[in-house]
Design a protein around this ligand. Structure first.
Ligand code: ZN
Length: 491
Protein backbone atom coordinates (compact mmCIF):
# COMPACT_ATOMS: atom_id res chain seq x y z
CA UNK A 1 0.00 0.00 0.00
CA UNK A 2 1.33 3.37 -1.00
CA UNK A 3 2.29 5.70 1.82
CA UNK A 4 1.10 9.24 1.10
CA UNK A 5 2.28 10.79 4.34
CA UNK A 6 5.99 10.39 3.76
CA UNK A 7 6.44 12.64 0.74
CA UNK A 8 3.71 14.66 -0.99
CA UNK A 9 2.69 13.12 -4.32
CA UNK A 10 2.59 15.29 -7.45
CA UNK A 11 0.73 13.99 -10.51
CA UNK A 12 0.12 15.55 -13.90
CA UNK A 13 -1.70 13.80 -16.73
CA UNK A 14 -1.51 13.84 -20.51
CA UNK A 15 -4.76 12.54 -21.90
CA UNK A 16 -5.21 11.67 -25.58
CA UNK A 17 -8.79 11.74 -26.79
CA UNK A 18 -9.71 10.50 -30.24
CA UNK A 19 -11.90 13.12 -31.92
CA UNK A 20 -15.19 11.88 -33.39
CA UNK A 21 -14.59 12.95 -36.97
CA UNK A 22 -15.67 10.86 -39.96
CA UNK A 23 -12.28 11.06 -41.62
CA UNK A 24 -8.62 11.22 -40.58
CA UNK A 25 -6.82 14.45 -39.68
CA UNK A 26 -5.06 15.04 -43.01
CA UNK A 27 -6.73 12.71 -45.56
CA UNK A 28 -10.18 11.34 -46.37
CA UNK A 29 -9.67 7.81 -45.02
CA UNK A 30 -12.49 6.92 -42.60
CA UNK A 31 -11.81 6.79 -38.86
CA UNK A 32 -13.83 3.63 -38.14
CA UNK A 33 -10.86 1.35 -38.62
CA UNK A 34 -11.63 -1.13 -35.84
CA UNK A 35 -12.15 -4.66 -37.19
CA UNK A 36 -10.98 -3.76 -40.68
CA UNK A 37 -8.40 -5.80 -42.53
CA UNK A 38 -4.92 -4.52 -41.58
CA UNK A 39 -3.67 -1.67 -43.80
CA UNK A 40 -6.93 -1.52 -45.78
CA UNK A 41 -7.89 1.80 -44.20
CA UNK A 42 -5.04 3.78 -45.73
CA UNK A 43 -4.18 6.02 -48.67
CA UNK A 44 -0.98 7.53 -50.09
CA UNK A 45 -1.30 10.52 -47.72
CA UNK A 46 -1.50 8.60 -44.43
CA UNK A 47 1.08 6.12 -45.74
CA UNK A 48 3.41 9.07 -46.38
CA UNK A 49 4.09 8.36 -50.03
CA UNK A 50 6.57 11.04 -51.23
CA UNK A 51 4.90 13.87 -53.11
CA UNK A 52 1.60 13.71 -51.21
CA UNK A 53 0.40 16.67 -49.15
CA UNK A 54 -1.72 16.76 -45.99
CA UNK A 55 -5.01 18.67 -45.96
CA UNK A 56 -6.38 19.72 -42.56
CA UNK A 57 -9.78 18.37 -41.47
CA UNK A 58 -11.90 21.38 -40.33
CA UNK A 59 -14.09 19.19 -38.19
CA UNK A 60 -11.12 18.24 -36.01
CA UNK A 61 -10.41 21.94 -35.47
CA UNK A 62 -14.05 22.52 -34.48
CA UNK A 63 -14.10 19.56 -32.07
CA UNK A 64 -10.75 20.52 -30.54
CA UNK A 65 -11.99 24.07 -30.00
CA UNK A 66 -15.19 22.78 -28.42
CA UNK A 67 -13.21 20.67 -25.96
CA UNK A 68 -10.93 23.64 -25.25
CA UNK A 69 -13.96 25.82 -24.47
CA UNK A 70 -15.42 23.06 -22.26
CA UNK A 71 -12.18 23.17 -20.28
CA UNK A 72 -12.48 26.98 -19.93
CA UNK A 73 -9.41 27.32 -22.16
CA UNK A 74 -8.57 30.26 -24.38
CA UNK A 75 -9.00 29.39 -28.05
CA UNK A 76 -6.05 30.76 -29.99
CA UNK A 77 -6.55 32.91 -33.06
CA UNK A 78 -3.35 31.55 -34.50
CA UNK A 79 -1.69 28.17 -34.02
CA UNK A 80 0.28 25.84 -36.22
CA UNK A 81 1.63 22.33 -36.70
CA UNK A 82 5.10 20.94 -36.12
CA UNK A 83 6.88 17.78 -37.11
CA UNK A 84 7.92 15.65 -34.17
CA UNK A 85 10.70 13.42 -35.43
CA UNK A 86 11.23 9.93 -34.11
CA UNK A 87 11.64 6.57 -35.70
CA UNK A 88 9.27 3.80 -34.83
CA UNK A 89 7.79 1.27 -37.28
CA UNK A 90 4.16 2.33 -36.59
CA UNK A 91 4.93 5.86 -37.79
CA UNK A 92 4.86 5.88 -41.59
CA UNK A 93 6.50 9.29 -42.08
CA UNK A 94 9.11 8.86 -39.32
CA UNK A 95 7.64 12.04 -37.86
CA UNK A 96 4.30 12.84 -36.29
CA UNK A 97 2.41 15.99 -37.22
CA UNK A 98 1.49 17.63 -33.94
CA UNK A 99 1.13 21.07 -32.40
CA UNK A 100 4.04 22.38 -30.39
CA UNK A 101 4.38 25.77 -28.78
CA UNK A 102 1.44 27.42 -30.51
CA UNK A 103 -1.52 25.20 -29.70
CA UNK A 104 -5.22 25.52 -30.44
CA UNK A 105 -6.29 26.09 -26.81
CA UNK A 106 -4.30 27.42 -23.88
CA UNK A 107 -5.01 27.27 -20.14
CA UNK A 108 -8.28 26.41 -18.49
CA UNK A 109 -9.25 24.04 -15.71
CA UNK A 110 -11.47 21.15 -14.71
CA UNK A 111 -13.14 20.92 -11.30
CA UNK A 112 -13.10 17.50 -9.73
CA UNK A 113 -14.68 16.04 -6.62
CA UNK A 114 -12.52 13.40 -5.03
CA UNK A 115 -12.02 11.81 -1.62
CA UNK A 116 -10.20 14.94 -0.49
CA UNK A 117 -13.16 17.16 -1.53
CA UNK A 118 -13.59 19.61 -4.38
CA UNK A 119 -10.46 20.56 -6.29
CA UNK A 120 -9.60 22.58 -9.38
CA UNK A 121 -7.11 20.95 -11.73
CA UNK A 122 -5.54 23.47 -14.07
CA UNK A 123 -5.08 22.62 -17.73
CA UNK A 124 -1.84 23.73 -19.38
CA UNK A 125 -3.08 23.44 -22.97
CA UNK A 126 -4.91 21.33 -25.54
CA UNK A 127 -3.34 20.50 -28.89
CA UNK A 128 -4.21 18.56 -32.02
CA UNK A 129 -2.14 15.74 -33.42
CA UNK A 130 -2.36 12.64 -35.58
CA UNK A 131 -2.37 9.12 -34.16
CA UNK A 132 0.23 6.51 -35.10
CA UNK A 133 -0.46 3.03 -36.49
CA UNK A 134 -0.10 -0.12 -34.42
CA UNK A 135 2.43 -2.91 -34.10
CA UNK A 136 0.81 -6.31 -34.09
CA UNK A 137 2.68 -9.17 -32.45
CA UNK A 138 1.94 -12.60 -33.91
CA UNK A 139 -0.18 -14.72 -31.61
CA UNK A 140 -1.52 -18.24 -31.60
CA UNK A 141 -4.59 -18.94 -29.46
CA UNK A 142 -4.23 -15.45 -28.07
CA UNK A 143 -0.68 -16.14 -26.81
CA UNK A 144 2.47 -14.54 -28.17
CA UNK A 145 4.26 -17.00 -30.40
CA UNK A 146 7.67 -15.57 -29.68
CA UNK A 147 8.07 -14.90 -33.39
CA UNK A 148 11.14 -12.89 -34.26
CA UNK A 149 9.06 -10.32 -36.14
CA UNK A 150 6.16 -7.95 -35.62
CA UNK A 151 3.56 -6.80 -38.12
CA UNK A 152 2.55 -3.21 -38.77
CA UNK A 153 -1.04 -2.05 -39.22
CA UNK A 154 -1.41 1.57 -40.40
CA UNK A 155 -5.22 1.66 -40.23
CA UNK A 156 -5.13 3.98 -37.20
CA UNK A 157 -2.33 6.17 -38.56
CA UNK A 158 -3.53 9.73 -39.05
CA UNK A 159 -6.68 9.51 -36.88
CA UNK A 160 -7.18 12.89 -35.12
CA UNK A 161 -6.39 13.19 -31.44
CA UNK A 162 -6.61 16.04 -29.00
CA UNK A 163 -4.04 15.88 -26.25
CA UNK A 164 -4.95 17.59 -23.00
CA UNK A 165 -2.01 18.34 -20.76
CA UNK A 166 -2.80 19.14 -17.15
CA UNK A 167 -0.71 21.02 -14.65
CA UNK A 168 0.76 18.80 -11.88
CA UNK A 169 -2.20 19.56 -9.61
CA UNK A 170 -3.27 16.07 -8.53
CA UNK A 171 -1.95 14.62 -5.32
CA UNK A 172 -3.32 11.07 -5.22
CA UNK A 173 -4.20 8.24 -7.61
CA UNK A 174 -7.89 8.76 -6.70
CA UNK A 175 -7.72 12.39 -7.85
CA UNK A 176 -6.05 11.33 -11.09
CA UNK A 177 -8.84 8.84 -11.66
CA UNK A 178 -11.51 11.41 -10.92
CA UNK A 179 -9.91 13.89 -13.31
CA UNK A 180 -10.01 11.32 -16.13
CA UNK A 181 -13.62 10.42 -15.32
CA UNK A 182 -14.66 14.09 -15.46
CA UNK A 183 -12.67 14.72 -18.62
CA UNK A 184 -14.27 11.73 -20.32
CA UNK A 185 -17.71 12.91 -19.21
CA UNK A 186 -17.04 16.35 -20.69
CA UNK A 187 -15.85 14.86 -24.01
CA UNK A 188 -19.01 12.77 -24.20
CA UNK A 189 -21.32 15.67 -23.29
CA UNK A 190 -19.70 17.71 -26.05
CA UNK A 191 -19.90 14.84 -28.59
CA UNK A 192 -16.19 15.29 -29.07
CA UNK A 193 -15.31 11.63 -28.48
CA UNK A 194 -16.80 8.36 -27.25
CA UNK A 195 -13.99 8.34 -24.67
CA UNK A 196 -13.74 4.55 -24.48
CA UNK A 197 -10.53 3.51 -22.77
CA UNK A 198 -10.93 -0.15 -23.78
CA UNK A 199 -10.90 0.63 -27.50
CA UNK A 200 -8.14 3.22 -27.12
CA UNK A 201 -10.28 6.31 -27.81
CA UNK A 202 -9.00 7.70 -24.52
CA UNK A 203 -5.41 7.09 -23.42
CA UNK A 204 -3.67 8.39 -20.34
CA UNK A 205 0.03 8.97 -19.64
CA UNK A 206 0.94 10.05 -16.14
CA UNK A 207 3.83 12.08 -14.79
CA UNK A 208 4.47 11.43 -11.14
CA UNK A 209 7.03 12.65 -8.63
CA UNK A 210 7.46 12.79 -4.89
CA UNK A 211 8.28 16.18 -3.41
CA UNK A 212 11.61 16.92 -1.74
CA UNK A 213 11.73 17.83 1.98
CA UNK A 214 12.07 21.53 1.02
CA UNK A 215 8.81 21.31 -0.92
CA UNK A 216 10.36 21.44 -4.40
CA UNK A 217 9.29 18.89 -7.01
CA UNK A 218 11.23 15.65 -7.14
CA UNK A 219 12.39 13.95 -10.35
CA UNK A 220 9.38 12.95 -12.37
CA UNK A 221 8.74 9.63 -14.00
CA UNK A 222 6.38 9.11 -16.91
CA UNK A 223 4.10 6.05 -16.89
CA UNK A 224 2.47 4.68 -20.02
CA UNK A 225 0.35 1.72 -21.04
CA UNK A 226 -2.50 2.03 -18.57
CA UNK A 227 -5.59 0.76 -20.35
CA UNK A 228 -8.28 1.28 -17.76
CA UNK A 229 -9.10 3.52 -14.82
CA UNK A 230 -8.22 0.65 -12.54
CA UNK A 231 -4.77 0.21 -14.04
CA UNK A 232 -4.20 3.99 -13.87
CA UNK A 233 -4.83 3.91 -10.11
CA UNK A 234 -2.81 0.75 -9.57
CA UNK A 235 0.14 1.95 -11.61
CA UNK A 236 0.27 5.23 -9.66
CA UNK A 237 -0.02 3.36 -6.33
CA UNK A 238 2.81 1.07 -7.35
CA UNK A 239 4.96 3.98 -8.47
CA UNK A 240 4.46 5.87 -5.20
CA UNK A 241 5.70 2.95 -3.14
CA UNK A 242 8.53 2.21 -5.56
CA UNK A 243 9.79 5.79 -5.49
CA UNK A 244 9.45 5.96 -1.70
CA UNK A 245 11.50 2.77 -1.34
CA UNK A 246 14.22 4.07 -3.66
CA UNK A 247 14.44 7.36 -1.74
CA UNK A 248 14.27 5.64 1.68
CA UNK A 249 17.28 3.53 0.80
CA UNK A 250 19.23 6.61 -0.20
CA UNK A 251 18.76 6.05 -3.94
CA UNK A 252 17.97 8.55 -6.67
CA UNK A 253 14.95 8.66 -8.97
CA UNK A 254 15.90 8.59 -12.64
CA UNK A 255 13.90 10.63 -15.12
CA UNK A 256 12.54 7.93 -17.38
CA UNK A 257 9.48 6.45 -19.06
CA UNK A 258 8.09 3.31 -17.45
CA UNK A 259 5.51 0.89 -18.79
CA UNK A 260 2.74 -0.48 -16.63
CA UNK A 261 2.50 -4.27 -16.76
CA UNK A 262 -1.10 -5.07 -15.97
CA UNK A 263 -0.56 -8.80 -15.41
CA UNK A 264 2.41 -8.45 -13.06
CA UNK A 265 1.13 -5.17 -11.55
CA UNK A 266 4.50 -3.45 -11.75
CA UNK A 267 6.00 -0.61 -13.80
CA UNK A 268 9.12 -1.36 -15.83
CA UNK A 269 11.71 0.97 -17.20
CA UNK A 270 11.20 1.47 -20.94
CA UNK A 271 13.66 4.19 -21.86
CA UNK A 272 15.16 7.36 -20.57
CA UNK A 273 12.69 10.16 -21.12
CA UNK A 274 13.30 12.06 -24.33
CA UNK A 275 13.65 15.76 -24.08
CA UNK A 276 12.13 18.14 -26.60
CA UNK A 277 15.44 18.46 -28.43
CA UNK A 278 15.50 14.70 -29.08
CA UNK A 279 12.44 15.19 -31.25
CA UNK A 280 13.92 17.98 -33.37
CA UNK A 281 10.60 19.79 -33.64
CA UNK A 282 10.28 22.09 -36.60
CA UNK A 283 7.31 23.76 -38.28
CA UNK A 284 5.27 21.67 -40.73
CA UNK A 285 5.65 23.74 -43.90
CA UNK A 286 3.11 21.65 -45.83
CA UNK A 287 0.25 22.96 -43.71
CA UNK A 288 -1.04 26.50 -43.38
CA UNK A 289 -1.41 27.82 -39.82
CA UNK A 290 -4.78 27.36 -38.15
CA UNK A 291 -6.51 30.73 -38.03
CA UNK A 292 -9.65 30.98 -35.93
CA UNK A 293 -11.57 34.25 -35.97
CA UNK A 294 -13.59 35.80 -33.15
CA UNK A 295 -16.75 35.03 -35.13
CA UNK A 296 -15.84 31.37 -35.29
CA UNK A 297 -15.06 31.24 -31.57
CA UNK A 298 -18.46 32.87 -30.92
CA UNK A 299 -20.10 30.26 -33.10
CA UNK A 300 -18.35 27.43 -31.23
CA UNK A 301 -19.41 29.00 -27.95
CA UNK A 302 -23.03 29.33 -29.01
CA UNK A 303 -23.15 25.69 -30.08
CA UNK A 304 -22.06 24.46 -26.66
CA UNK A 305 -24.64 22.26 -24.94
CA UNK A 306 -25.39 22.36 -21.23
CA UNK A 307 -22.25 21.10 -19.48
CA UNK A 308 -22.20 18.43 -16.77
CA UNK A 309 -21.68 20.85 -13.87
CA UNK A 310 -24.43 23.17 -15.21
CA UNK A 311 -26.80 20.23 -15.44
CA UNK A 312 -25.96 19.10 -11.89
CA UNK A 313 -26.75 22.57 -10.60
CA UNK A 314 -30.02 22.81 -12.53
CA UNK A 315 -31.17 19.35 -11.35
CA UNK A 316 -30.50 20.38 -7.75
CA UNK A 317 -32.34 23.70 -8.19
CA UNK A 318 -35.32 22.59 -10.29
CA UNK A 319 -35.96 19.13 -8.91
CA UNK A 320 -34.67 19.51 -5.35
CA UNK A 321 -32.35 16.54 -5.70
CA UNK A 322 -29.41 15.73 -3.44
CA UNK A 323 -25.79 15.99 -4.52
CA UNK A 324 -25.53 12.21 -4.85
CA UNK A 325 -28.72 12.00 -6.91
CA UNK A 326 -27.72 14.76 -9.32
CA UNK A 327 -24.27 13.28 -9.70
CA UNK A 328 -25.60 9.83 -10.66
CA UNK A 329 -28.39 11.14 -12.90
CA UNK A 330 -26.11 13.45 -14.87
CA UNK A 331 -23.25 10.97 -15.24
CA UNK A 332 -24.33 10.39 -18.83
CA UNK A 333 -26.28 13.05 -20.67
CA UNK A 334 -28.55 10.36 -22.16
CA UNK A 335 -29.51 9.18 -18.67
CA UNK A 336 -30.11 12.79 -17.63
CA UNK A 337 -32.39 13.29 -20.64
CA UNK A 338 -34.26 10.06 -19.81
CA UNK A 339 -34.82 11.27 -16.25
CA UNK A 340 -36.07 14.65 -17.45
CA UNK A 341 -38.45 12.94 -19.87
CA UNK A 342 -39.86 10.80 -17.05
CA UNK A 343 -40.49 13.98 -15.05
CA UNK A 344 -41.98 15.89 -17.97
CA UNK A 345 -44.39 12.99 -18.45
CA UNK A 346 -45.81 13.68 -15.03
CA UNK A 347 -43.81 11.61 -12.56
CA UNK A 348 -42.90 13.50 -9.37
CA UNK A 349 -39.19 14.52 -9.60
CA UNK A 350 -37.94 12.93 -6.42
CA UNK A 351 -39.85 9.66 -7.00
CA UNK A 352 -38.64 9.56 -10.58
CA UNK A 353 -35.07 10.14 -9.38
CA UNK A 354 -35.33 7.11 -7.09
CA UNK A 355 -36.75 4.93 -9.82
CA UNK A 356 -34.18 5.88 -12.43
CA UNK A 357 -31.21 5.76 -10.10
CA UNK A 358 -32.13 2.47 -8.41
CA UNK A 359 -34.44 0.35 -10.55
CA UNK A 360 -33.61 1.54 -14.06
CA UNK A 361 -29.86 1.32 -13.50
CA UNK A 362 -30.28 -2.13 -11.93
CA UNK A 363 -32.34 -3.29 -14.89
CA UNK A 364 -29.85 -1.87 -17.42
CA UNK A 365 -27.12 -3.75 -15.64
CA UNK A 366 -29.11 -6.99 -15.60
CA UNK A 367 -29.76 -6.70 -19.32
CA UNK A 368 -26.12 -5.88 -20.02
CA UNK A 369 -27.04 -2.51 -21.57
CA UNK A 370 -24.60 0.39 -21.41
CA UNK A 371 -26.76 2.94 -23.18
CA UNK A 372 -30.15 4.00 -21.82
CA UNK A 373 -31.29 4.57 -25.41
CA UNK A 374 -31.34 0.78 -25.84
CA UNK A 375 -33.57 0.34 -22.77
CA UNK A 376 -37.01 -0.96 -23.74
CA UNK A 377 -38.87 0.96 -21.04
CA UNK A 378 -39.27 4.39 -22.58
CA UNK A 379 -39.65 7.42 -20.27
CA UNK A 380 -43.41 7.80 -20.94
CA UNK A 381 -43.96 4.22 -19.80
CA UNK A 382 -41.87 4.57 -16.66
CA UNK A 383 -43.67 7.83 -15.84
CA UNK A 384 -47.02 6.04 -16.14
CA UNK A 385 -45.81 3.24 -13.85
CA UNK A 386 -44.50 5.69 -11.26
CA UNK A 387 -47.79 7.61 -11.36
CA UNK A 388 -49.73 4.41 -10.69
CA UNK A 389 -47.55 3.63 -7.70
CA UNK A 390 -48.06 7.20 -6.47
CA UNK A 391 -51.84 6.83 -6.80
CA UNK A 392 -51.53 3.58 -4.81
CA UNK A 393 -53.05 1.64 -7.68
CA UNK A 394 -50.15 -0.77 -7.53
CA UNK A 395 -47.62 -1.55 -4.82
CA UNK A 396 -44.01 -0.58 -5.42
CA UNK A 397 -42.95 -4.22 -5.04
CA UNK A 398 -45.33 -5.25 -7.80
CA UNK A 399 -44.24 -2.25 -9.88
CA UNK A 400 -40.62 -3.44 -9.81
CA UNK A 401 -41.73 -6.78 -11.27
CA UNK A 402 -43.75 -4.90 -13.87
CA UNK A 403 -40.64 -2.90 -14.79
CA UNK A 404 -38.71 -6.14 -15.26
CA UNK A 405 -41.37 -7.43 -17.65
CA UNK A 406 -41.38 -4.19 -19.62
CA UNK A 407 -37.59 -4.23 -19.75
CA UNK A 408 -37.69 -7.80 -21.07
CA UNK A 409 -39.79 -6.70 -24.02
CA UNK A 410 -43.44 -6.57 -22.91
CA UNK A 411 -44.59 -3.38 -24.65
CA UNK A 412 -47.93 -2.92 -22.88
CA UNK A 413 -48.11 -1.62 -19.33
CA UNK A 414 -51.63 -3.04 -18.66
CA UNK A 415 -50.56 -6.44 -19.90
CA UNK A 416 -47.39 -6.38 -17.77
CA UNK A 417 -49.43 -5.53 -14.69
CA UNK A 418 -51.82 -8.37 -15.46
CA UNK A 419 -48.94 -10.80 -15.91
CA UNK A 420 -47.40 -9.86 -12.59
CA UNK A 421 -50.81 -10.75 -11.17
CA UNK A 422 -51.46 -7.41 -9.64
CA UNK A 423 -54.93 -6.08 -10.33
CA UNK A 424 -55.01 -3.43 -13.00
CA UNK A 425 -55.95 -0.96 -10.36
CA UNK A 426 -56.71 -0.77 -6.68
CA UNK A 427 -59.49 -3.17 -5.75
CA UNK A 428 -62.34 -1.16 -4.37
CA UNK A 429 -66.12 -0.62 -4.53
CA UNK A 430 -68.03 -3.17 -6.61
CA UNK A 431 -64.91 -5.25 -7.29
CA UNK A 432 -64.16 -5.51 -3.62
CA UNK A 433 -67.79 -6.33 -2.84
CA UNK A 434 -67.80 -9.15 -5.45
CA UNK A 435 -64.57 -10.54 -4.09
CA UNK A 436 -65.95 -10.48 -0.52
CA UNK A 437 -69.04 -12.41 -1.72
CA UNK A 438 -66.86 -15.03 -3.32
CA UNK A 439 -64.65 -15.43 -0.24
CA UNK A 440 -67.71 -15.75 2.01
CA UNK A 441 -69.24 -18.41 -0.25
CA UNK A 442 -65.95 -20.31 -0.34
CA UNK A 443 -65.75 -20.28 3.46
CA UNK A 444 -69.37 -20.95 4.59
CA UNK A 445 -68.37 -22.43 7.96
CA UNK A 446 -66.42 -19.37 8.98
CA UNK A 447 -69.18 -17.06 7.74
CA UNK A 448 -71.86 -19.00 9.65
CA UNK A 449 -69.79 -19.04 12.82
CA UNK A 450 -69.42 -15.27 12.70
CA UNK A 451 -73.13 -14.74 11.96
CA UNK A 452 -74.12 -16.90 14.92
CA UNK A 453 -71.98 -14.80 17.24
CA UNK A 454 -69.10 -17.22 17.76
CA UNK A 455 -66.38 -14.70 16.84
CA UNK A 456 -66.15 -12.74 20.06
CA UNK A 457 -62.46 -11.88 19.63
CA UNK A 458 -62.80 -10.96 15.95
CA UNK A 459 -60.14 -13.48 14.82
CA UNK A 460 -62.41 -15.03 12.17
CA UNK A 461 -63.19 -11.65 10.57
CA UNK A 462 -59.45 -10.97 10.54
CA UNK A 463 -58.96 -14.31 8.79
CA UNK A 464 -61.43 -13.37 6.02
CA UNK A 465 -59.92 -9.93 5.74
CA UNK A 466 -56.52 -11.62 5.29
CA UNK A 467 -57.98 -13.67 2.42
CA UNK A 468 -59.18 -10.49 0.70
CA UNK A 469 -55.76 -8.90 1.00
CA UNK A 470 -54.10 -12.04 -0.30
CA UNK A 471 -56.41 -12.34 -3.30
CA UNK A 472 -55.85 -8.69 -4.22
CA UNK A 473 -52.12 -8.98 -3.65
CA UNK A 474 -52.34 -6.17 -1.17
CA UNK A 475 -54.19 -3.89 -3.56
CA UNK A 476 -57.21 -3.37 -1.31
CA UNK A 477 -57.47 -0.98 1.61
CA UNK A 478 -57.58 -3.24 4.74
CA UNK A 479 -60.05 -0.90 6.47
CA UNK A 480 -62.41 -0.91 3.49
CA UNK A 481 -62.13 -4.72 3.22
CA UNK A 482 -63.06 -5.08 6.87
CA UNK A 483 -66.07 -2.74 6.47
CA UNK A 484 -67.36 -4.59 3.40
CA UNK A 485 -67.06 -7.96 5.14
CA UNK A 486 -68.76 -6.67 8.30
CA UNK A 487 -71.66 -5.25 6.28
CA UNK A 488 -72.13 -8.56 4.42
CA UNK A 489 -71.97 -10.52 7.66
CA UNK A 490 -74.73 -8.40 9.09
CA UNK A 491 -73.08 -6.36 11.83
ZN1 ZN B 1 -5.44 8.17 -45.62
Amino acid sequence: MADFSKRPVVIGLEVHIQLSTDTKLFCSCPTDYIGKEPNSNTCPICLAVPGTLPLLNDRAVALGSRMGLGLHGEIQHYSNFHRKNYFYPDLAKAYQITQYGLTISVGGYLDIESEGGAKRVRVHHLHLEEDAGKLVHPTADGRLTGAAYSLVDYNRGGVPLSEIVSEPDMSSPAEARDYVVRLRQLARYLDVSDGEMESGSLRVDANISLSNPDGSYGTRVEIKNMNSLKSLERALMYEISRQNKVLDSGGRIIQETRLWDDAEEVTRSMRNKETASDYRYYPEMDLAPIVITDDQIDKFRRSMPELPWEKRERFADCFGLSKEETSILTEQKELARYYEDVVSNGAPPSRAANWVRMEVLRSLNEHGLRDIRDFKVRPELLAELVKRVEAREISSTAAKEVLDLLASGEPDLGEAIKRVGAPAGRVTGDDLSALADRILSENPDVADAIRSGQDKKGGKVKFLQGLVMKETKGQADPKEASEVLSRKLGF
